[in-house]
Structures are given as C-alpha cells and as structure tokens.
Ligand binder design. Structure first.
Ligand code: CP
Length: 307
C-alpha cells in the first residue's frame, strides 16, 4: 500500500490483509525489520489516541520517530502544509502521519514521493480509526459481511462516521445512521433509523461524540435529554441482542451519547478498540514502509524479530 488517505482508496482485499496482519501481530507473530525507517507524525489538530497509538506502534516496530510539534515549528511563521511535508521528505523521512483540520488536505500532497497516512482530515475521513474498528468487530463477531451496524450521533461532523459507512458497506455490512435531524448528513446514501429501532436489530451500535468544537448546536441541551433521545444507556444496552457490541471511537462525552455504566459495561468494546489501534497502526506502518503492500508474497519472507 503506497498511502492510506481515505477508505475510498482501500480495496476489500487490502482491508482484509490489514486486519489479518494486525490480529497476527496482536497474537505475537514476529514484526517486520523496519529499524532503518524514519517516520514523522504531524498533528495540526489535538489527539490522544491516534497520536499516542502511532507513537506506540512506531516504538514496537523499532521505527525511528522524529518529533514534530506544530506550535514550535516553522508552521508558526506561515509555512504551508505542502512545504512542511516536502521538507520532511527532503531531510529523509520515509513516511508521514498527518492529522489536519482541512477536509482532503492530502490532495495537495499527492506529488510527494513518500507515503502519507491520514490520521484524520477535518470532518472528512479517519481511515486508521475505521480499520481498527473493523478489526475489533471481526475479532468479536467473526465477520463483517451481513452484520447490521448503526452509527449513532453527530454524523454531520464525524469523519469516523464517513469512513466507517464507506468501509463497512464495502465489506458487505448493512449500515444505518441515527441521530438528531440537525446533525444528519444527507449527502451520504445511508438510511436513518431511530435509536430504539437500532437497539432492536443491530449487531453493532457505534456511538459518536457530539463535536462541540465544530459547531454550537446541542451545546445547551441537558445531557440527560440528549441521552434519552439519541444516546446509549443501561436500559437500551439490556435490550440489545445478546452478542451485540457497543463501540465509540472516543473521546467520550460521558452521560451524553453514552452513560457511565455502559462505557465499561458487558457489551462495550471501547477500550479494546484503543488496544487494537496500536496493532492496526503497526500493520499499516508495515504495509506502507514495506513499499510493496502488506498482501504481497514477499511479505512473509521479510519478517524478522526486531529485538
Ligand atoms: N478516536 C480518535 O481519533 O481519538 P483522538 O482524537 O484522541 O486521536
């Protein structure tokens, strides 16, 4: 895989290979020898999970990480994203992980000669989150094809909703959206259902954070009111199918889209998603740094224990 920009660009075979490889790594299979590679993580937007799980993945792969802090870099002198990334390519970086507030920022980087991994672009896409979510679903339910999956909450501002709708549909899942009318995105060809309908028949309910930093609406609504109308709580969790999963990409607005007792309740795989994020990001880094893609036949031959 040359780049990971959005789920639009990834084939079902590539998705399957990345998930299989991430699960293999999680189960202790040797990782690739990548200690001659250097990666830079550029986070123009705040992050805890994506940034630190990439750092953990890079450490576990023995990949050299050059520290980059937007606030102390020449970005503060007005240097463009393109010039910043081209500079990092020129000084020898082998790949860049980029999170940026502009949708499709990566289009201006298409002439770079090193891989770009998109760590989230505005309200556009979040492919690494989608891949770790699919890994978690596959590990728990043994398949993705044929599952009924509801993505619930602030669809309009969510890059996770868009990437997951695209990728899960591509993998054969039946995807539904649910949430307040004002936070719907009707440009996507996904049917909307109510939360209680989703609870009735879905195999997976994926909650989304209300993104107050991207808009003002719903900031004033009492938490309990939002939760009763659109959120997950103990009563709804108890009404779900026995093996159904509750997911959330986090960060979580506790007691808004999901109540405290559900966050670590019996159906929740939220912290498992975060654990899987490290293994999925290792799988992605191996794939782009290998230069030939993770599902090529030379891949097996190149495994070597890194320590
Ligand atoms: N899920 C996710 O992208 O979290 P961060 O914003 O903390 O990276």
């Amino acid at each position: 895989m040359k780049n990971l920009l959005s789920m639009e660009h990834v084939t079902p075979n590539e998705i399957e290979a990345l998930i299989t490889r991430a699960i293999d790594i999680k189960h202790g299979r040797p990782v690739m020898k990548l200690n001659d590679k250097t990666v830079v993580n550029l986070f123009y937007e705040n992050s805890t999970r994506t940034k630190l799980s990439f750092e953990m993945a890079e450490k576990k792969l023995n990949v050299e990480r050059l520290p980059f802090d937007v606030s102390t870099s020449s970005v503060s002198k007005g240097e463009s994203l393109y010039d910043t990334c081209k500079t990092l390519e020129a000084i020898g970086a082998d790949a860049l992980v980029v999170r940026h507030p502009d949708n499709k920022y990566y289009e201006e980087l298409e002439h770079l000669n090193i891989p770009i991994i998109n760590g989230g672009d505005g309200s556009g896409s979040h492919p690494t989150q989608s891949l770790l979510d699919m890994m978690t679903i596959y590990e728990n339910l043994g398949r993705i094809c044929g599952l009924k999956i509801a993505i619930v909450g602030d669809i309009k501002h969510s890059r996770v909703a868009k990437s997951n709708a695209e990728a899960l549909t591509k993998m054969g899942a039946e995807v539904y959206f649910s949430g307040p009318v004002e936070l719907q995105d009707n440009t996507l060809n996904i049917p909307y259902i109510g939360i209680d309908e989703a609870v009735d028949f879905c195999d997976v309910i994926m909650l989304l954070r209300v993104q107050h930093e991207r808009h003002e609406s719903y900031a004033q609504m009492p938490k309990a009111e939002y939760n009763a109308l659109y959120g997950m709580n103990k009563e709804r969790m108890d009404n779900m199918k026995p093996d159904a999963l509750i997911m959330h990409p986090a960060p979580i607005n506790r007691n808004v889209e999901i109540t405290d007792e559900v966050v670590e309740g019996e159906k929740s795989v939220i912290f498992e998603q975060m654990t899987n994020g490290v293994f999925m990001r290792m799988s992605i880094l191996e794939s782009v740094l290998d230069g030939e893609g993770s599902n090529n036949h030379a891949f097996e031959k190149r495994y070597a224990v890194t320590q």
